[in-house]
Design a protein around this ligand. Structure first.
Ligand code: SF4
Length: 476
């Protein structure tokens, strides 16, 4: 029985987190195989909107080959006396929640990166038109965000039309992002928290500041401010900064308190401008991910649309799995692309001077905001393809990271036998976090427990620290 009698599938929070695999899908709207896709909310005047109007440009769901993907655009116009431009980003982001409420409908990512899948099962149950999709969105938007007085939707499934409209959508996102540029975290008294992704990562909370954009890249400090005002009980709320505990890492007393409360005690502290120690958590929606490369004591960065392998041999999906889930994983740090334009970007770790590798297309998107002298020193996939090549590149380019490398000590007698190709620079190691470490009972005799009782000890987020990592060749 559906929450809405005239909608053939169920709608509800229990469907959030539902995954639809390739073999189960009727159709994929957008997704990684489609170059052009977007979702866009636009604030309009009341008289500019025909409430409840649905437009479909291109084929509707039954006309799309089952099991295939299609370019997809979705434009939602909203109006209301309290609606202002700054609300667009957050209204748009709520799509992630509302689409996932639909039984058999999955929504991933945001803006120009969306991937939506409808299951065969829901299609066969009768959820077989974009008109039904629009009806659900109308009702959810109006009931959950009651400041929306009028709403209309246009779906674009004609690939040529999506391609034509895509640059305009990108310009609108860029204009939104540009608003907070030039503002400093030091000049505001409040930040904003967003708990929208807690249904996927219960301990995750985004802390949105002027200089640290949301991980998904969809909500700015201005968006947070506008939303907290009209929807104070919603998932985006004000966080007073409180006492500054550490300016370099970006740690604030009140932010820590709110994080502890919202993560039910799982996360004790968050430092906003670092990927080590107490980094900002990552849900899974991040646009890009910084990853530590111990071999050179530097960071690489990779974005969601990068299809190849990164310099450490892992692809985005694998790095993303190591990072996501609302954990604090040393050296794996999810982030929004706009944060890469911030002067506070990873400042506690050395900022851009700590970055050694990145894909060329993400570099080109943000190059105007990177320090000029570091740009030619950061290798891309076209410059190097192995860690050895990367080391040589960094030395040749006199990348500042090289100064961090500790000189190899004079070889001791047993090390003198180490073949040349095995010798590695010894680098200061920062801690690693083990997400879950299980110790079998047999390894730990514990007094007082009755014989024969099976148990295991799980250390969550155990931190393993070593001053040095020394790799030695085994003797024959
Ligand atoms: S990534 Fe962060 S800001 Fe974006 S929707 Fe999720 S919790 Fe909110």
């Amino acid at each position: 029985m559906s929450m809405f009698d005239d909608i053939p599938v169920d709608i509800g929070i229990i469907y959030e987190g539902e995954r639809i695999r390739g073999r189960e899908m009727q159709v994929e709207l957008g997704g990684p195989r489609e170059e052009y896709k977007f979702e866009l909310v636009q604030a309009k005047e009341l008289d500019e909107i025909e409430d409840g109007k649905i437009t479909i440009i291109g084929p509707d769901l039954p006309d799309i080959n089952p099991g295939t993907n299609i370019a997809f655009g979705m434009i939602i116009d909203v109006a209301g006396a309290e609606i202002e431009k700054d609300l667009e980003g957050v209204i748009e982001r709520r799509l992630h929640e509302y689409v996932n409420f639909i039984e058999g409908f999955m929504h991933l990512n945001q803006r120009y990166d969306i991937q939506m899948r409808l299951s065969k099962k829901s299609f066969e149950k009768g959820f077989n038109s974009l008109n039904l999709f629009a009806e659900v969105l109308f009702r959810l938007y109006k009931s959950e965000m009651n400041f929306i007085e009028k709403i209309q939707i246009a779906f674009i499934t004609d690939p040529e039309k999506v391609k034509e409209m895509y640059p305009e959508a990108m310009e609108i996102y860029e204009a939104r992002d540009a608003r907070a540029r030039g503002m400093s975290d030091d000049e505001v008294d409040v930040f904003y928290g967003c708990s929208l992704c807690q249904s996927f990562a219960p301990t995750h909370l985004c802390v949105i500041t002027p200089q640290r954009y949301a991980n998904c890249g969809a909500i700015s400090w201005f968006d947070g401010r506008a939303t907290a005002k009209v929807d104070p009980k919603g998932p985006v709320f004000e966080i007073p900064k409180g006492k500054l505990l550490d300016a370099l890492t970006g740690e604030y007393e009140e932010v820590n308190r709110v994080i502890r409360e919202k993560s039910l005690g799982e996360i004790e502290r968050v430092q906003l401008y670092t990927g080590f120690g107490y980094p900002h958590t990552s849900c899974g929606c991040f646009e890009a991910c910084a990853f530590y490369i111990p071999e050179v004591d530097g960071y690489g960065i990779v974005h969601r649309n990068y299809k190849g392998q990164t310099i450490n041999g892992l692809d985005f999906v694998t790095i993303s799995d190591l990072t996501a889930g609302g954990r604090q994983v040393d050296g794996f740090h999810g982030l929004g692309i706009e944060y890469m334009r911030s002067p506070k970007f990873m400042q506690a770790d050395g900022g851009w001077d700590r970055f050694v590798w990145m894909p060329v297309d993400i570099r080109d998107r943000i190059v105007d905001y990177m320090p000029e002298d570091i740009v030619p020193k950061i290798a891309t996939e076209g410059d190097v393809s192995t860690l050895d090549e990367l080391k040589t590149w960094l030395k040749d380019k006199e990348h500042p990271i090289v100064e961090r490398w500790v000189e190899e000590p004079v070889a001791e007698p047993e090390q003198a036998q180490v073949p040349q190709q095995m010798a590695q620079p010894q680098m200061p190691m920062t801690g690693f976090t083990v997400p879950s470490l299980e110790i079998p009972a047999s390894a730990l005799p514990i007094q007082g427990l009755p014989q024969g009782v099976a148990f295991k000890i799980i250390l969550k987020n155990a931190k393993i620290k070593a001053e040095k990592l020394i790799i030695k060749a085994e003797k024959e």
